[in-house]
Write a protein that binds this ligand. Structure first.
Ligand SMILES: C=CC1=C(C)c2cc3[nH]c(cc4nc(cc5[nH]c(cc1n2)c(C)c5CCC(=O)O)C(CCC(=O)O)=C4C)c(C)c3C=C
Ligand SMILES: [Fe+2]
Length: 417
């Protein structure tokens, strides 16, 4: 059964209702709380906010993304904790289709700035998830966190060929907003930025459309901007044993506060779309090692046929070449390392030289980037035939803490508490 608490419903309470709600965040939650659905059954339904793990990781990937990285500008630890608490309360509301604050866009005092910006009034939850992560720079000496930096949050090495732009890389805190409606995702990030005014500033942000991964077997595999099915051989929510082994951090990994959390790597990867579009079909397929129509491994027929790196064609050469993307990224080439990929296509207009500024905003979750993203990306950066058509221009690495248990908990409590 689904619940629908749309912002329109809330708005309908009017000022009197809003005034009661205004007694406080907890009170407002109590007033409106309904048991969250375990699984959204339509694209307008909410996903639960509270749980052992943050939503937005194994949650079936939604269609739209607004990703933001903040720098913390306050020097006071207490102010940062207070902000995380305010953000958590707002996120609990927003993900359930409510306004960011209890007064809302039009229910507060006319003399005061509204506690919601209003552009999502009337829109349902739209499957919004908000996922927070902490970057390595947060663990300097500003907030007394230096000895809490997890070993797995080690700086990524420099990879061959990358051309990173510092202004759109890194950040102290990130928030990934995913939803089926772009207005809902943008509204959520905008309101978190508004609440954070004076304590954080936006370092960079990225819009994404058209998910490029499936994170559940219930989803069809989407296509990336190169026209290939992307996300076929991904970690999926149904792979319980693999998720335990490869996705979720545990207390035994060395940082108690991260138990139940996961590490997120982001890479903005620009594609040379125009060159790609002039490349022959056979070459495109050899670059990935899969066919373009079905997404089947070369030498096989169906998308989910197992990849066979040994079998050879009539010419005596392996169907999947040594420099093919799927061979180099496969767990068998990387010490059994898996990733949960959750990326999005992006088009940021054009670059002034007649080319689309487009590509893949790659997002991957894992238990330990030193053993997963780093060896895979090193292998790809050195040998991948795809490198001729792509350029990594931004990078991020964030420790995403465990889920928020209930209305008395907050994002990052295990780190600060
Ligand atoms: C370091 C990790 C990876 C980066 C960076 C990356 C970039 C990238 N990938 C595609 C398109 C496809 N990738 C596919 C498979 C695939 N990619 C990675 C990792 C990275 N990709 C992995 C681990 C895998 C799975 C390999 C396997 O086990 O078979 C595929 C095939 C379909 C699929 O299984 O998802 C495509 C297509 C692009 C366009 C890109 C950079 C722009
Ligand atoms: Fe890939």
């Amino acid at each position: 059964m689904s619940q629908r608490v749309s912002r329109r419903g809330l708005f309908g309470l009017g000022a009197a209702g809003a005034a009661v709600v205004g007694a406080g965040v907890v009170a407002s939650n109590t007033l409106f709380e309904e048991p969250p659905v375990a699984h959204a059954s339509s694209t307008s339904d909410p996903f639960p906010f509270y749980g052992e793990h943050q939503s937005g990781i194994v949650t079936p990937a939604q269609d739209r993304l607004h990703f933001v990285a903040f720098d913390v500008t306050t020097k006071k630890r207490a102010e940062l904790i207070e902000l995380l608490q305010e953000w958590t309360a707002a996120a609990a509301r927003l993900t359930q289709g409510k306004e960011a604050g209890s007064y809302g866009a039009v229910g507060g005092a006319p003399e005061a700035a509204p506690d919601d910006t209003g552009e999502a009034l009337g829109l349902p939850a739209s499957g919004l998830t908000l996922t927070i992560g902490f970057g390595a720079s947060l663990f300097d000496d500003r907030f007394g966190l230096a000895d809490k930096r997890p070993a797995a949050l080690a700086d990524l090495p420099k990879f061959p060929g990358e051309q990173l732009i510092p202004e759109i890389s890194g950040g102290d805190i990130c928030v990934q907003a995913c939803a089926h409606d772009p207005q809902v995702a943008v509204h959520a990030i905008r309101n978190l930025a508004r609440i954070g005014f004076g304590k954080v500033s936006v370092r960079w942000s990225q819009l994404g459309f058209g998910r490029t991964s499936s994170t559940s077997r219930s989803q069809a595999t989407p296509r990336n901007l190169m026209g290939f099915k992307d996300g076929t051989n991904n970690l999926k929510l149904e792979d319980a044993a693999l998720l335990r082994d490869q996705l979720w951090a545990s207390a035994q990994d060395g940082s108690d506060w991260m138990a139940g959390g996961s590490y997120m790597v982001t890479r903005k990867i620009r594609m040379g779309i125009e060159t790609w579009d002039r490349t022959s079909l056979v070459e495109q397929e050899q670059i990935f090692g899969r066919d373009k129509g079905e997404g089947a491994p070369l030498g096989k027929k169906a998308e989910f046929d197992p990849v066979d790196f040994a079998s050879k064609g009539a010419d005596g050469q392996p169907y999947i070449k040594d420099d093919a993307h799927v061979r180099l990224a496969h767990p068998t080439s990387n010490g059994n390392a898996h990733l949960l990929r959750r990326g999005y296509n992006f088009v940021d207009g054009s670059d002034g030289l007649g080319r689309l500024d487009a590509g893949l905003f790659f997002i991957a979750y894992q238990r330990d980037p030193r053993k997963q993203f780093v060896p895979i990306q090193m292998n790809l950066a050195k040998h991948d035939a795809l490198n001729e058509y792509i350029k990594h221009v931004s990078s991020g690495l964030f420790a995403c803490p465990p889920g928020v248990r209930d209305a008395g908990d907050y994002w990052g409590r295990t780190l600060f508490g």
